[in-house]
Design a protein. Structure first.
Length: 285
């Protein structure tokens, strides 16, 4: 099985999540960036989108980020979806492949959301089996992303960091550390984001995600929403600095999915990430 962390020429500069409205800008400008990441399900069907991605693939490493594998499904994985995902991998040769610690389908019913899991021994066994199946069918290691959470299950005795660490130990999967998700989750559930970050196994982290979030006030309550619709906040940049210090200069990505900004704004966010990572490297030199 191919290990994402051991690919020759692994890029370390920051990348961006490529979205359709920015495609024309990207094809014409081809700015210097470490890599591009796309949602795999937008390209599995082929067509012009895949043709454009393959054109960009000649100049940039590509990361495939799945949103429909449903690693937490108790009814098992959709093998036809995995076969199509594998075909996309074969055509694009991504240097990273990732998915979410979540579920979105069960018994052939698909939901347009990434739904949370209780962190129990039963759930751990199910997710580990699904990850092993996915990695076998895709022919490579996958990274598993920590979610944004808004409520805690009553019966969820395993801390999320321990759950992710155990998945890594049982399956050999890597971890996609989304620092914005850590901040959102820990703020909403009154946890310590720096302690969360410190509890992740450094050797397992193969990528870092950054994004914006919003705050919603309802009925006297305040909650953070992981909406990917704004610039990265100052507390998340702080957490990113700590992440680079702990995990090293792993590939880092800026996501922006709603209220898309001008292309130059997205590039500026990636430049900030790159400067932070480079400063950490220079400080250690």
């Amino acid at each position: 099985m191919r290990d994402n962390r051991k690919i020759a020429g692994l890029p370390t500069p920051a990348g961006i999540g490529l979205r359709a409205p920015h495609l024309r800008d990207f094809l014409s400008a081809r700015p210097p960036l470490g890599f591009l990441e796309v949602h795999a399900e937008n390209y599995i069907g082929g067509g012009p989108a895949l043709t454009a991605l393959q054109s960009l693939r000649r100049d940039y490493p590509v990361s495939l980020h799945g949103v429909g594998v449903s690693l937490g499904s108790a009814s098992g994985l959709d093998r036809e979806h995995l076969r199509r995902f594998r075909a996309l991998i074969d055509r694009t040769e991504p240097f990273l492949v990732s998915e979410h610690l979540a579920w979105s389908s069960a018994d052939g019913v698909y939901l347009n959301d990434l739904l949370p899991l209780p962190y129990t021994e039963e759930a751990l066994a199910i997710v580990a089996l699904n990850i092993a199946t996915a990695q076998e069918m895709l022919g490579r290691q996958i990274l598993v992303e920590n979610p944004s959470r808004y409520l805690a299950f009553r019966d969820s005795p395993i801390p999320e960091t321990e759950f992710l660490s155990e998945l890594h130990q049982r399956t050999g999967c890597g971890i996609l550390c989304d620092v914005n998700n850590i901040f959102v989750t820990c703020t909403n559930l009154e946890l310590d984001p720096e302690a969360y970050l410190a509890a992740l196994p450094a050797s397992a982290v193969g990528e870092i995600h950054l994004a914006g979030h919003s705050r919603v006030e309802r009925g006297g309550l305040s909650i953070l929403i992981d909406d990917h619709a704004s610039v990265v906040s100052a507390p998340v940049w702080h957490l990113y600095r700590l992440a680079v210090e702990k995990f090293g200069r792993v590939p880092s990505l800026v996501e922006w999915d709603k209220n898309l900004p001008p292309f130059d704004t997205l590039l500026s966010e990636a430049r900030i990430a790159e400067k932070i990572a480079q400063a950490m490297v220079d400080a250690d030199a």
